[in-house]
Design a protein around this ligand. Structure first.
Ligand SMILES: C[S@@+](CC[C@H](N)C(=O)[O-])C[C@H]1O[C@@H](n2cnc3c(N)ncnc32)[C@H](O)[C@@H]1O
Length: 197
């Protein structure tokens, strides 16, 4: 695969939550919190967990075993401060140390569009999610002209990133044994709920 640059978050990890990205992310956090349902003692993994806001907010509502992974150590330091009782690890979405069928729920909030190889992520998710387990992808929803321009700019500058429609996300995952349960959106944010069948 052609090598591309990643967005870098580490330099602004300490100010991420209070800065522009943290504020823009509120819509995505709210959509996740409104739609994700967790039962007691479930194993829940947040992929690309960043500073751990999703895990922290879910923990305010539910009791569960929380796991987070990310490729940026400074983001993970913030996540560990916020979620000291959770298993927070440095690793990539497509090569995790987890067991087969380990998770009941996997979430990727504002992270899927950054993942370098969507097929490898789908394959790894299918491996570590239980049968009947649920994957939630919360990502930007942009009108076609903006999406086209942004995706083209990312290609030209060789930056890892691509914004998909909910249908494209569902199609990507259908090749790996997932079916779409629902997709919902709110202004510029969307959430796609997929079940491993
Ligand atoms: C926009 S931030 C979102 C962070 C967090 N999910 C949130 O909503 O606040 C995207 C995160 O995805 C992480 N990321 C990018 N590529 C990744 C990969 N290959 N595996 C795991 N995490 C990745 C980044 O390091 C970053 O922390």
């Amino acid at each position: 695969m052609e090598s591309k640059k990643n967005f870098k978050f580490d330099k602004r990890a300490e100010s991420y939550d209070d800065g522009f990205e943290g504020k823009v992310s509120q819509k995505f956090y709210d959509l996740v919190i409104k739609n994700v349902v967790v039962s007691n003692e479930m194993n829940v993994l947040d992929v690309g967990c960043g500073t751990g806001t999703i895990l922290y907010r879910l923990k305010e509502m539910y009791s569960f075993n929380g796991y987070g992974i990310d490729v940026e150590e400074k983001m993970l330091e913030q996540a560990r401060l916020k979620c000291p009782d959770m298993d927070i690890r440095l690793c990539s979405c497509d090569d995790t140390p987890f067991n087969e069928d380990q998770f009941d729920i996997i979430i990727a909030c504002m992270a899927y569009h950054h993942f370098p190889d969507k097929d490898s992520f789908s394959r790894e998710t299918a491996r570590i999610l239980k049968k009947g387990g649920i994957l939630y992808i919360a990502d930007p929803k942009l009108p076609l002209p903006i999406r086209k321009v942004l995706n083209r700019a990312l290609d030209i500058h060789k930056i890892n990133g691509r914004i998909f429609t909910s249908n494209e996300v569902a199609d990507n995952f259908s090749n790996f044994g997932f079916e779409c349960v629902f997709d919902k959106s709110d202004v510029y944010a969307q959430i796609i709920c997929l079940k491993k069948i």
